[in-house]
Design a protein around this ligand. Structure first.
Ligand code: AMP
Ligand code: MG
Length: 409
């Protein structure tokens, strides 16, 4: 049976970054840029006053404290003439300096006297003060943003400043979620005898959204081949299809044959892992030139599905939308208390932080494992920050021992 690492390598080998597409600026927020951006002009486009005051030739103030007041230049206008010697122009923040001027003195450091202005601290004026010179931020043709960068609010502002209203981005992956099982009823129903509520769908919708993708929750599929195939085919329109339940070895575990019957190529079935062993993974047929849907069959128990999502689907979504390989190696944590592990599969046990330390020793903090009844127990996991991973084999782990950690976020 595959190890978790082998299974992850197989998933990553099948995942392809989504093709870029143009997007209006605001919808590009938190998306990766898929093109290199160059500036269409100098920024600022002219020598620009940074304060309200007087544009001057700083030289003039070595000879006199007072200058003649010339024209007034407001933001949005251009000076009509160069500044002559012995002259100061009234200037507003954001306005272009007149030719000849090299500095701006703040209004607060001046006194106006009947057609003249006096500079209170003339000797302290420095050439270039309160001026942002043309091209100081960037020049026309400069490379300002590179493909692959995550677009945050300042980056969107910068794109607008160079005239971009659309940019090429990597879109959010679309993820169909298909719960299966004749025993399932939707959460607004009171379960009849033998029935349980569908808790997987909303949990997976939340996980998918948390990881930057767009979920599409489908209705519950019955354990019947015909309807199951139809719903799977519908799910294959999306970039990823997550089917839950029906992947074990029971008589009504119809998902693997149904997937293969509609042309999904099986890559693996079953991983040496607890909880979540019967996990199924395959790739759907190519979609009109786009790569085939990544199809994950998660075991029906909610915590099995959660662990499967965190271990395999999260890194796959990252590759689809970021174009880069697996996330960095999992953090390692110290155990707050002893833990007895039994079993021939690595076990992921819910745990929460009791202390967060800096990463410098390669240890992210200290965790305590939580009381937990196994793969059907979501209650125990609601308190968890993630899962402590215990390698296969019977063994007592002492307090203070270090194990890998699978964070929820
Ligand atoms: P299965 O993988 O179909 O054998 O299901 C394993 C267990 O998970 C069974 O107890 C199912 O009732 C339960 N289960 C399956 N699907 C869901 C679901 N959508 N929500 C909650 N529990 C489920
Ligand atoms: Mg089932």
């Amino acid at each position: 049976m595959l190890t978790v690492e082998e299974a992850l390598a197989l998933v990553m080998a099948e995942a392809r970054p989504l093709p870029p597409r143009p997007s209006p600026l605001i919808e590009a927020r938190n998306r990766r840029l898929a093109e290199d951006i160059t500036a269409d002009g100098d920024q600022p486009p002219f020598d620009k006053a940074l304060v309200d005051g007087y544009a001057i030739r700083s030289d003039d103030l070595s000879r006199a404290e007072r200058l003649r007041v010339g024209e007034t230049i407001v933001a949005g206008q251009v000076p009509t003439r160069a500044l002559s010697a012995g002259e100061a122009a009234v200037i507003m923040t954001g306005a272009p300096l007149p030719p000849g001027a090299d500095s701006v003195v703040m209004h607060e450091q001046t006194e106006s006297l009947d057609g003249e202005v006096r500079f209170v601290r003339a000797s302290e004026v420095r050439t270039g003060q309160n001026v942002l010179s043309r091209g100081r931020v960037h020049r026309a043709g400069d490379a300002i943003l590179g493909a692959g960068m995550l677009l945050n609010a300042p980056a969107l502002g910068l794109l607008a400043s160079v005239g971009r209203t659309q940019v090429s981005i990597v879109p959010r992956p679309r993820v169909a979620i298909l719960p299966t099982g004749d025993e399932l009823v939707e959460p607004d129903r009171v379960p009849g005898p033998g029935q349980i509520r569908n808790s997987n769908a909303v949990m997976l919708e939340a996980l998918v959204t948390d990881h930057g993708a767009i979920p599409r929750a489908m209705g519950i599929a019955p354990d019947e081949p015909g309807p199951l195939r139809g719903l799977i085919q519908d799910g294959l329109r999306d970039d990823v299809l997550i089917v839950t339940g029906g992947v074990s070895a029971g008589q009504r575990d119809l998902v693997p044959p149904a997937l293969e019957e509609v042309g999904v190529r099986r890559v693996f079935h079953k991983i040496r892992l607890k909880p979540g062993k019967p996990l199924w993974f395959g790739v759907g047929p190519a979609r009109h030139g786009r790569p085939g849907t990544l199809v994950f069959g998660l075991p029906g128990n909610p915590v099995s599905g959660l662990v499967g999502f965190l271990l395999l689907i999260r890194p796959a979504l990252h590759l689809l939308e970021a174009g880069v390989g697996p996330l960095p190696a999992p953090p390692r944590v110290r155990l707050a208390a002893p833990y007895t592990h039994r079993g021939d599969r690595p076990t992921y046990h819910p745990a929460r932080w009791v202390e967060r330390t800096s990463r410098h020793e390669g240890v992210a903090g200290v965790v305590e494992t939580l009381s937990w009844a196994g793969s059907a127990d979501l209650l125990g996991v609601t308190q968890a920050d993630g899962f402590a991973a215990f390698p296969a084999g019977d063994r007592v782990f002492a307090a203070g021992e270090i194990v890998p950690f699978l964070p929820l976020r």
